[in-house]
Design a protein around this ligand. Structure first.
Ligand SMILES: Cc1cc2nc3c(=O)[nH]c(=O)nc-3n(C[C@H](O)[C@H](O)[C@H](O)COP(=O)(O)O)c2cc1C
Length: 281
């Protein structure tokens, strides 16, 4: 049986100062994110005491490595630490240091709700396309939707290969349907997970799936059609790896074919939700 641990290896986050300083930059950033988003933030939200010394240590290491102080992650991390240290606030979440990040819950009108549900319910896999390009600005919004998916520890491991069939004919071939007009391969930078232990083996596959589904929904909202495709790791993946010169740590996980559809598929039927709820207490 295919076992996920055959494909990925587990590596623990380095604990010592010297080891952390010696990490390559991508892994260092990954460990930094895993700490601030995976450990510190949930404690702050949960009203538990936060490991402040470790937080300060990560910030010091960031500076020592000469990484940009303007980076959005470190700016947020510094505000978070200042908020925890802020004795004038009833809780870190009330601190003035987090004021810039505080958001009112956005209002969603009944009409908005209907549109969101319509996009979810009416999205269909489309498998035949016109030879018409998706405008670059629209493509960028679709890719951005992938980055807004939920993501373990906000590691932001997702990378993309975006290909127009006209420029690279047949490089994406590999599944049961002819290549679409455009393609997105959803990749992951494996180094982002090398600080999270064993549970990240599963989380990483789920992260790619979440990004892929968000893109499919954004595509549908913008009138772009497409299908999530299965992979062929005997021919197609090695071909893509070679053509785009992917380093070992860059994994191809999901594939999307997209374009302006030339067919309107029948909707595959879904069972009634009541049949699928196994437990309800
Ligand atoms: C992981 C995954 C792999 C898929 N692979 C293929 C594929 O190789 N070829 C294809 O035509 N459709 C593929 N699909 C699309 C499904 O067949 C489709 O989502 C399903 O039949 C439901 O139809 P709908 O997307 O129109 O709701 C895939 C979907 C997923 C989530």
């Amino acid at each position: 049986m295919w076992d996920i641990s055959d494909k990925y290896t587990v590596s623990e986050a380095p604990a010592g100062r010297a080891e952390r300083l010696a990490l390559d930059e991508t892994r260092f950033r990954a460990c930094f994110r895993a700490f601030f988003y995976g450990e510190l933030l949930p404690r702050v939200y949960g009203g538990q005491s936060a490991p402040l010394d470790e937080a300060r240590e990560w910030l010091a290491l960031w500076r020592e490595r000469g990484l940009s102080e303007g980076d959005h992650d470190v700016r947020f991390a510094r505000c978070l630490v200042q908020a925890i240290e802020d004795e004038s606030a009833a809780s870190p979440l009330d601190s003035v240091y987090l004021a810039a990040y505080r958001r009112e819950k956005p209002e969603i009108t009944p009409e908005d709700r209907e549109v969101v549900l319509r996009v979810i319910h009416d999205r269909r896999s489309v498998r035949a396309f016109h030879d018409r390009d998706i405008p670059d600005a629209l493509l960028a919004r679709i890719l951005a939707a992938g980055q807004h998916a939920a993501h373990v520890n906000n590691l932001q491991s997702i990378r993309y290969i975006v290909v127009n069939e006209t420029h690279e004919p047949w490089v994406f071939r590999g599944v049961d349907i002819p290549p679409a007009h455009q393609h997105i391969a959803v990749l992951q930078d494996d180094r982002c997970y090398q600080g999270g232990g064993e549970k990240n083996l599963m989380d990483r596959i789920v992260d790619a799936g979440a990004a892929t589904e968000c893109m499919l929904l954004a595509m549908h909202a913008y009138g772009v059609d497409g299908a999530w495709l299965t992979y062929n790791d005997e021919e197609q993946f090695p071909r893509l790896r070679a053509r785009f010169d992917l380093p070992d740590y860059m994994r191809i996980v999901d594939l999307i074919d997209l374009g302006y559809g030339s067919q309107t598929p029948f909707p595959p039927q879904r069972p009634d939700v009541a049949e699928r709820v196994i437990v309800r207490v």
